[in-house]
Design a protein around this ligand. Sequence first.
Ligand SMILES: Nc1ncnc2c1ncn2[C@@H]1O[C@H](COP(=O)(O)OP(=O)(O)O)[C@@H](O)[C@H]1O
Ligand SMILES: [Mg+2]
Length: 502
Amino acid sequence: MKEELSILIQAQYPLIYLVTSEEERSEQAIANIAQTLKPQPRVFLWTVTNGVVEYGQPRTTQHNTVSPEAAIEWTIRQKEPGIYVFKDLHPFIDSPPVTRYLRDAIASFKDTHKTIVLMSPVQHVPIELEKEVVVLDFPLPDMKELNRVLSRQLEDGKNKRLTTESREKLLKAALGLTRDEAQKVYRKAQVTASRLTEAEVEIVLSEKKQLIRRNGILEYIEEDETIDSVGGLEELKRWLCQRSNAFTERAREYGLPQPKGMLILGVPGCGKSLIAKTTSRLWGLPLLRLDMGRVYDGSMVGRSEANLRNALKTAESIAPVILFIDELDKSFAGGAGSSDSDGGTSSRIFGSFLTWMQEKTSPVFVMATANRVERLPGEFLRKGRFDEIFFVDLPNQEERQEIFKIHLSKRRRDIDRFDLDQLANVSDGFSGAEIEQAAIAAMYEAFAQDREFTQLDIIAAIKSTLPLSKTMTEQVSALRDWARQRARPAASSMAEYQQMEF
Ligand SMILES: Nc1ncnc2c1ncn2[C@@H]1O[C@H](COP(=O)(O)OP(=O)(O)O)[C@@H](O)[C@H]1O
Ligand SMILES: [Mg+2]
């Protein structure tokens, strides 16, 4: 990316929008780029508090350049090559004089080796400038840059000798953090353990988890259950198992494409979220949950986009990673194209997300679940967006047996005491979650009477439950009809799947 920025400046692009919250790091990068250029431009920084100040020089404001208009006008008057970094111009950029001055600047910069860089954590470009500006994302530090941070921290400490592997583990653990954050995390690990070795990887990781959670949009999920705790869904399991090594170097050498993502659709309470979470263990990859609801922020124009962008940037820098979006349908309440009350924010967000999915090259596997198809914008369901769309139906007789078995064993009960066949029969139409609840209800009943629970307690609990599939028959059958045409059943065998019409 730094190369990209450098190329754009060399190619005399007049206006570059750099989206970043790491001001100091990006300023340094720009200053470094400037030093390699011929003719070498001077670098100036503008803020609304200080006006225009030359980078690396004592803080003396260039004559009367505090107002954005005056500052831009000042850049137009400069004769020498220069890079003018405007920090946080976004709140002012919509004012007609500012937009106009920027357009004038762009026109006058032709063949002058002058460039304006708009640096801001929020991307907001007025329509008048859309065609003239190039938007770049300043990426989070890579291993090489983190290595410099780590080395500096190691110099401060006592232990300087680290094996290459230990070093790599410490670096990997900090991927996804900004430079300042990485610095803090390494420092904290060193202070806590009074050393910084491979043993401190855990401290670094747990600090990272907290930092990532702090923005409220991404969350590290650690699921203790394995895929064996999911009953049924054999076809889906097989698909996932087959891809256990899909993100290895070996798979690339073999010529396999990187899996992009999957969508799991289906009846609520049938194990969609559960199986998604267990994939993390199965594949040995971290799982980050993206909370789409929290991406929305009405406080400022462009804030929601910036939230999404930051979250995706973090995910990419941790890749290979699974990006888990649970209940995707809920985040697009109005669907695309509908001009809902949010002024089109949700369709814009959804557009940027799809574009990202389309263009991403980093190994971020998107794992989305949804309960209702009619709420999902059609573009999501089009072939090729996801590698596969699976449909999770209510468990059949055999699957219900398996689910009972899983939940009774999980509660350390001897399953031979139970007639699983009968339990599966009476629980026809129950989801996995409802089966689990029935078992728990039976346990409560017996526990209150100070005795062990039995087959009869479970049957009684089942009989007193009205399953969702009965109260929402229409919805379930509509979903089934839809899925029959377009999705792959998570439970059935390949043979049945191939018999289906497409
Ligand atoms: N197929 C299943 N096998 C085992 N447990 C299940 C299954 N389906 C649901 N459950 C139980 O119900 C809980 C809720 O299921 P969940 O995965 O959240 O359903 P969904 O995401 O499809 O609505 C799970 O955590 C698990 O305990
Ligand atoms: Mg769920």
